[in-house]
Ligand binder design. Sequence first.
Ligand code: I3P
Length: 121
Amino acid sequence: KVGLLLRKDDTVEGGRRVLNRKWRECCVLLTGSQLLFFRDPTWTAAIQAHIAPSGNRMLSRAALPQPDEYVSVKDAVAVFDKSYIKHRHTLRLVMSDGRHFLLQAPDEKEMNEWISRINYA
Ligand code: I3P
């Protein structure tokens, strides 16, 4: 699965509050159990073109741009955090090391799809 999401880092490893709390748009790709972040949102279409229509599997890794960051979601959990009401359709990605990312999807359907894909990855 690939898409444009807004991301805000909430806590770092260990659970301390992140200082830079700005929302940033990024292209996010879930492949296997890896969540890849591309800072340049204009890559979305190019990245999409490398994904099989069925979803998760990459057709060719070779021509993909290098992700700016990647995280393994194997021990991570994605949740809809009811207490976070500032932005709609925003999920909280909770990493086992204490990092929390907030990811804002374009709509509720997309948010729910990201949550289930991440949790089943
Ligand atoms: C942050 C920015 C974020 C906001 C965050 C602010 O300020 O306005 O949008 O997160 O609030 O600190 P700045 O642009 O100066 O970095 P929310 O949209 O979630 O409110 P926070 O400190 O409560 O996370």
